[in-house]
Design a protein around this ligand. Structure first.
Ligand code: PGA
Length: 253
C-alpha cells in the first residue's frame, strides 16, 4: 500500500513567531480532528525548521521537510544550506525541483539530479517536483515534457533509492493561480508518471510510489482531486498557511 501524504509548502512566508503559532494550531487540530493515517509534512523556511520540529516531534503523523538544499556537502558556499544541516535540525524530507526554484534560480534537471543524490546519501527523502508551463500544456507536449524531467533527474537511481522519493506533479499554470488542474487532468498525468516509472522499474515498484498533486489545491477541490486512483495526496502552498484550510484538506481523504 502506498503512503497518502499531505505536505504544506510555506514558501517564503511566516516569521518564527508566526510559524510556531501556525504549527501549534496544526498540532492541536490534528490531535482533535484528524482520524485518518495520512502522513503530514510541514515544509517551513530554513530558520523555522528546528522550532517547528520541537513542536511536532512527539506527534505520530506530522513530519518536517525543508524547501531546498545545496548540491554540495559542505564548505565555502556562502548562503547555502547543506543536507546534513537540514537533517540535524529534525527534517526527514526536502522539496527538490520546485518550479519556483527551476524558474527563478535557474535550477536545471542536471543540478536537481545532484541534489537528489546528496539528499538520498544523507537519508533525507526528496519530494521531487515536476510540471509543465501553460504553453507546454497548450501545445500538447506536456506528457513528454514531465516524463523527460523525471528521466533526466531520477532515472540514474536504482529502485531502492527511488523508493525513498515522493513525486509531486505541479503544473506551473496551476500554482498560486486559483486555477487547479481538473481531477481528470491530474489523474491523466499521475497515471502517465506511474506508467513511465513502471516502464523503467516495473509495475510493482510503480504501484508503491506516492504521487502528490500540487497547484491551487484547497478544501473545496481536494476531495475530488484525491478521489482519483493515482493521486496520493497533495503538496499545498497557499492553503497550507491557514490551519483550518490545511486540516480540511487533510480530512478530504
Ligand atoms: P499553491 O502552491 O497551492 O499555492 O498553488 C503549490 C506549490 O507551489 O507547491
Amino acid at each position: 500500500m502506498r503512503k497518502k501524504i499531505v505536505a504544506g509548502n510555506w514558501k517564503m512566508n511566516k516569521t518564527l513567531e508566526e510559524g510556531l503559532a501556525l504549527t501549534s494550531e496544526i498540532v492541536n487540530m490534528v490531535k482533535d480532528e484528524v482520524s485518518n493515517d495520512v502522513t503530514i509534512i510541514l515544509n517551513p523556511p530554513f530558520p523555522l525548521l528546528n522550532g517547528v520540529y520541537k513542536l511536532i516531534k512527539d506527534t505520530k503523523q506530522i513530519f518536517l521537510g525543508a524547501q531546498n538544499c545545496s548540491q554540495h556537502a559542505s564548505g565555502a558556499y556562502t548562503g547555502e544550506i547543506s543536507v546534513s544541516m537540514i537533517k540535524s535540525v529534525g527534517a526527514e524530507y526536502v522539496i527538490i525541483g520546485h518550479s519556483e526554484r527551476r524558474q527563478y534560480f535557474n535550477e536545471s534537471d542536471e543540478l536537481l539530479s545532484k541534489k537528489v543524490d546528496i539528499a538520498l546519501e544523507n537519508n533525507l527523502k526528496p519530494i521531487f517536483c515536476c510540471g509543465e508551463t501553460l504553453e507546454i500544456r497548450q501545445n500538447g507536449s506536456y506528457k513528454d515534457f514531465v516524463c523527460g524531467q523525471i528521466t533526466k533527474s531520477l532515472f540514474h537511481l536504482n529502485a531502492d533509492q527511488l523508493s525513498k522519493i515522493v513525486i509531486a506533479y505541479e503544473p506551473i499554470w496551476a500554482i498560486g493561480t486559483g486555477v487547479n488542474a481538473t481531477p481528470d487532468q491530474a489523474q491523466e498525468m499521475h497515471l502517465t508518471i506511474r506508467n513511465h516509472m513502471a516502464g523503467k522499474y516495473g509495475k510493482e515498484f510503480a504501484n508503491d510510489l506516492t504521487i502528490l498533486y500540487g497547484g491551487s489545491c484547497n478544501p473545496k477541490n481536494a476531495k475530488d482531486l484525491f478521489g482519483n486512483p493515482d493521486v496520493d495526496g497533495g503538496l499545498i502552498g497557499g492553503a497550507s498557511l491557514k490551519s483550518r484550510d490545511f486540516i480540511d484538506i487533510i480530512n478530504s481523504f
